[in-house]
Design a protein around this ligand. Structure first.
Ligand code: 3PG
Length: 216
């Protein structure tokens, strides 16, 4: 089982997907992987989300599919059974931490304050989701944490687009960026997999240490 650091270190962008079910999930995941984004997160916000994760894990070559919006301890085992490679939650509770350890899945918990980051650091976490990033101080907030907390790496998510992602990726304490902009709901509704592949390709091209935002 890879560690969460290996997973977030593999990609500049983790697309955040909200899917009706497997029929949408497979072509969306294939378009993302073809575009260059092989680490994806499916949120547990729809009845069909776990079914989509299961289908993607089984049928899409080269993908690492994680489960996001995990709020309940029981969802870790469900994610594992569906074939998820990692789990993301918007925040953290000790109960969620225990469930993550029991499931043995790589886990990216969310924080939005310094004290939350310190509490997770005390528990041994070094990779954290920063959520909701744009609403909680964005790039300036993370830049200010780099000196006092140099051993923490963040995945800012929430309100991020291609240009903002490029900015975050210039920071020394950003491992990757998460966001739904790569998978617009209207592109899914129109079965426009080429558009999703093109958006993924732009996101995959960001890399890290980008000096100036690319053209959107
Ligand atoms: C998440 O689920 O992690 C975020 O809600 C994604 O945020 P975005 O839709 O603003 O990119």
């Amino acid at each position: 089982m890879p560690r969460i650091g290996d997973i977030v270190g593999r990609t500049p962008v983790i697309p955040v997907l909200t899917l009706a079910g497997a029929p949408d999930g497979i072509p969306v995941a294939r378009a993302l992987v073809t575009g260059g984004l092989s680490v994806i997160e499916v949120t547990l916000r729809t009845a069909g989300a776990l079914e989509a994760v299961k289908a993607i894990a089984a049928e899409v070559k080269g993908v690492t599919v994680g489960v996001g919006t995990v709020l309940e301890p029981a969802q870790f085992e469900k994610a594992k059974k569906a074939g998820a490679g990692f789990v993301v939650s918007p925040g953290f509770t000790p109960t969620l931490g225990a469930a993550a350890a029991d499931a043995g899945l790589p886990y990216l918990p969310g924080v939005s304050t310094v004290s939350e980051a310190l509490a997770l650091r005390e528990r041994g976490f070094r990779h954290l989701k920063f959520f909701p990033a744009e609403q909680c101080g964005g790039q300036d907030f993370l830049r200010a944490l780099a000196a006092p907390l140099p051993d923490l790496l963040f995945c800012p998510t929430g309100g991020v687009d291609l240009a903002k992602a490029a900015g975050y990726l210039t920071l020394s304490n950003v491992s990757c960026v998460g966001g739904s902009w790569v998978v617009p709901p209207d592109a899914i509704a129109a079965n426009d997999w080429a558009r999703i592949e093109a958006l993924a390709s732009k996101a995959a091209g960001l890399g890290r240490g980008v000096a100036s935002p690319p053209q959107a």
